[in-house]
Structures are given as structure tokens and as C-alpha cells.
Design a binder for this molecule. Structure first.
Ligand code: 5GP
Ligand code: ZN
Length: 114
């Protein structure tokens, strides 16, 4: 996907700060952090959003989430807590059309979201 910013990050065309990677997923620091710790976990396979997810992606999504929780521990976020978010579509506030899980922590986060 030449026009997908996260595919371009995966290809190494756009630099990013790596946090974790394996054969299925990549985690990197958000370029415009909304909290002291803001990390994105993405699948290497281009999926535009949660709207494209099928039951066959269950393991992938579970892997993204359990990796994010492990990163949260590594980043020292677990004792005070943190938030995992996937925005979907226009109403969900999704700006980049490549599925991504946000890990946010390091400050008290408001609720409900805007
Ligand atoms: P969304 O609003 O789609 O859920 O979140 C997209 C996120 O991607 C935003 O938090 C934004 O700061 C981040 N982002 C957009 N472009 C880049 C980029 O080129 N590099 C990095 N590291 N993050 C990006
Ligand atoms: Zn992509």
C-alpha cells in the first residue's frame, strides 16, 4: 500500500522509533503523543480498520492486545494503569486507515472521550 503511512513505516520508507516487532506486528512511538507514553501497535498486514477484521484475525488481535499489555509493563505503566484504544472510522476518530492499537499512559486520562 504505497499511499498508507503505516505501510510505509513498515517498509522503512518513513522512520519510526521501534518498541517491539515480530513477524506479525510492529510497535512504535506515536509521532504526536497524546500522553507521556503513547505507542501504536499495528499488524504488518494492511487492514484498513476494525471494519475489515474477520474471525480469522482473532489470534492477530489477541496478539496485538497481549503485546500491548506486555509493553505497558515494560514501560512501567501497569501499577497506575493505562488505556488501550482502537479508533474505527470517521465517528471513531480514525485518521490513519491502517488498523492500529493505541497504548496510552503516564497520566490520568479523561472519560468519557470527546
Ligand atoms: P488515529 O486517529 O487514526 O486513531 O491515530 C493515528 C495516530 O497515528 C495518531 O496518534 C498520529 O499521531 C499517529 N501518526 C500519524 N502519522 C504518523 C507517523 O508518520 N509516525 C508516527 N510515529 N505516528 C504517526
Ligand atoms: Zn497500511
Amino acid at each position: 500500500m504505497d499511499d498508507c503511512v503505516f505501510c510505509r513505516i513498515l517498509a522503512g520508507d518513513i522512520p519510526s522509533t521501534s518498541v517491539y516487532e515480530d513477524d506479525r506486528i510492529y510497535a512504535f512511538r506515536d509521532i504526536d503523543p497524546k500522553a507521556p507514553t503513547h505507542i501504536l501497535v499495528i499488524p504488518r498486514r494492511h487492514l484498513a480498520s476494525l471494519n475489515e477484521v474477520t474471525p480469522g484475525d482473532r489470534d492477530l488481535l489477541g496478539h496485538m492486545m497481549t503485546t500491548a499489555t506486555a509493553i505497558a509493563v515494560d514501560e512501567g505503566l501497569a501499577p497506575r494503569g493505562y488505556r488501550l484504544v482502537i479508533n474505527c472510522g470517521a465517528d471513531g476518530g480514525q485518521a490513519v486507515d491502517h488498523l492500529h492499537l493505541h497504548l496510552l499512559g503516564g497520566r490520568a486520562l479523561g472519560w468519557p472521550p470527546g
